[in-house]
Write a protein that binds this ligand. Structure first.
Ligand SMILES: Cc1cc2nc3c(=O)[nH]c(=O)nc-3n(C[C@H](O)[C@H](O)[C@H](O)COP(=O)(O)O)c2cc1C
Length: 211
């Protein structure tokens, strides 16, 4: 393939994409065209992975039974999480919207296959967690690709991973990386929702230390 030079215009657009990515919890209920979704899921096949192990396992959660179980899982974990805060912080936490599971038209549970033979262990000997990091890097590409289509993704991690693995009846060595809500965002913003809510703030400088 010829060397591809990216243009200034592309760089500006890419910068905008990074700035407008957002974690989305508020979705319109409109369906997503299957062809668009497939284009976005193709990003997984372009992702880096340790030893080229491609350990991501994606389950599309569609049935009412499976969605109800996932929602109950989140609600239980979220109630427990609230117990970990007190005073004003607890009040603020209770006001946060931390999943779009009741609205998102597409929902995915993404696992890492910790026992995959693919890649033959290369790069994961001393740090087997590299397989899970590979799944996270693939999700990031998927996230950005969705955004190019105007779609949003919301990452839900307030869950009992064992319960989710049980409810979806996945193989024993699959570890939950996250539950993902995908849909059309209600709003577009360049500011994280947690920042807008006064929970936490984005640093404006990268803390780099030199040794
Ligand atoms: C590993 C991971 C887990 C997350 N889990 C949740 C979650 O359970 N619920 C939620 O509302 N947001 C979750 N988020 C989204 C973060 O809150 C969000 O990325 C952060 O506040 C910055 O906002 P932004 O993504 O819009 O820039 C998660 C993000 C990551 C990367």
């Amino acid at each position: 393939m010829r060397d591809q030079a990216f243009t200034d215009d592309f760089r500006a657009q890419f910068d905008l994409l990074l700035r407008l990515r957002r974690d989305v919890r508020r979705f319109r209920k409109d369906a997503i065209d299957e062809a668009v979704l497939t284009r976005c899921l193709d990003a997984f096949q372009l992702a880096p992975s340790v030893g080229l192990s491609e350990p991501w396992r994606v389950i599309r959660v569609e049935s009412e039974v499976a969605r109800d179980a996932a929602l109950k899982n989140f609600q239980t974990a979220n109630e427990q999480a609230l117990q970990g805060y007190s005073g004003e912080k607890a009040h603020l936490y209770s006001q946060l919207k931390l999943s779009g599971m009741q609205d998102a038209p597409v929902q995915l549970a993404v696992f890492c296959d910790d026992a995959t033979d693919k890649g033959q262990g290369l790069g994961a000997g001393t740090m087997p967690e590299m397989r899970r990091y590979s799944v996270v890097s693939a999700i990031t590409l998927f996230w950005l690709t969705l955004r190019t289509e105007g779609l949003g993704l919301g990452w839900v991690s307030i869950l009992d991973p064992e319960q989710m693995a049980h409810d979806l009846n996945v193989p024993e060595n699959w570890r939950l990386i996250g539950y993902f809500c995908v849909g059309w965002p209600e709003v577009q913003s360049d500011t994280p929702e947690l920042q807008q809510a006064g929970w936490e703030y984005r640093e404006d400088k990268l803390p780099i230390e030199v040794r």
